[in-house]
Design a protein around this ligand. Structure first.
Ligand code: ZN
Length: 332
């Protein structure tokens, strides 16, 4: 490159235009070949980046589950082992809504979310090591047993702050999450139902915790989980306020979520799935049932082509591509 530049700018030599044109053709041919290889690869793994993504919703991880929101450490471990077995790789909610789904070819993204910032999710000893059977400890264990499987998750925090009351302890919790690659999300200050409340109240509830999180951990949450899954009267109030700006607002039920590249994606109301076995109210619309369904319907499920810069999908799905992602599209 350097030699060519020197020759071209030298005063006693004319620019070699044939050579330049040749380089241009070469570059175009190279680009075409790269794209063809990408298309071939996407087809080979049946990439489906307009497919659906399960966003799983967890609450407490406790030895004796008391409500259908709780999972025992054994159940949670089994939930994660199943995801590993079925080729799911965790991404954070922030990565999902930003369309940064950077996972290997042929794998499926899953988003693991934890609501209400309870001590059963995160408790550390004096050295900053997670206590056994907390959500973070189990996530790390499972990841260590399966190289390449990263312990990624999103924690939706309220003023409860994992049971910590002093500013220093609260900062320790949030900074630990941040340092360990977990996402800190907004779950409002007091966990009130936002439906029917005034714009001012909604802004206060979301803004107050956003400010607290930022002052403790220098983090501005980019996603929110709405308490009880209820949207405020104007759904945009959850996304944009004086003290916050979110790229996604998550609900509490009851289906897998559309890919961020799909026209069906609505940033102000992204569905989640409660983590629970197939029984009672959960016979159809909780995690075990939906994971069974996604397994049986691979054409509906998001499968990565392994390239974070492309949106690969079977041509037939083209009408569902969101216009803003046209540049990155890779139909096959
Ligand atoms: Zn909650």
């Amino acid at each position: 490159m350097l030699t060519a530049a020197v020759i071209l700018t030298g005063c006693d030599s004319q620019p070699d235009t044939t050579k330049l044109a040749g380089t241009k053709v070469d570059a175009a041919a190279k680009l075409k070949a790269t794209k063809a290889a990408k298309v071939k690869n996407a087809a080979k793994v049946k990439a489906n980046e307009l497919g659906q993504i399960p966003v799983l919703m967890f609450h407490r991880i406790v030895p004796k589950p008391q409500t259908t929101d709780d999972r025992s450490p054994q159940q949670f471990r089994a939930d994660l082992e199943r995801l590993v077995r079925e080729d799911y790789v965790p991404i954070t909610a922030a990565e999902m809504v930003a369309g940064k789904i950077d996972i290997p070819a042929g794998k499926h993204p899953v988003v693991l979310t934890f609501d209400d910032s309870s001590p059963s999710q995160l408790t550390l000893n004096e050295m900053g090591v997670p206590q056994k059977d907390t959500a973070v400890a189990i996530l790390k264990e499972v990841a260590a047993a399966h190289p390449g499987w990263k312990p990624k998750a999103t924690f939706y925090v309220t003023r409860d702050m994992f049971g910590k009351t002093t500013r220093e302890e609260q900062a320790q919790m949030l900074l630990w999450l941040k340092d360990n690659g977990f996402e800190i999300g907004n779950h409002t200050s007091d966990h009130l139902n936002l439906r029917g409340r005034s714009h001012k109240e909604v802004e206060e509830q979301i803004g107050k915790i956003a400010q607290q999180i930022n002052s403790l951990s220098y983090t501005k949450p980019t996603t929110i989980a709405l308490p009880y899954g209820n949207q405020p009267n104007k759904k945009d109030w959850a996304l944009n306020g004086k003290l916050y700006k979110h790229q996604g607002a998550f609900l509490a039920g009851y289906t897998p979520a559309p890919a961020p590249f799909s026209k069906s994606f609505d940033a102000a109301g992204i569905p989640r799935i409660k983590a629970m076995d197939k029984k009672g109210d959960c016979a159809q619309f909780c995690s075990h049932a939906w994971l069974d369904w996604l397994k049986k319907n691979p054409d509906m499920r998001y499968t990565s082509d392994g390239d974070v810069r492309t949106v690969a999908y079977p041509k037939y799905k083209a009408p569902y591509l969101r216009k803003s992602f046209t540049t990155w599209s890779l139909p096959y």
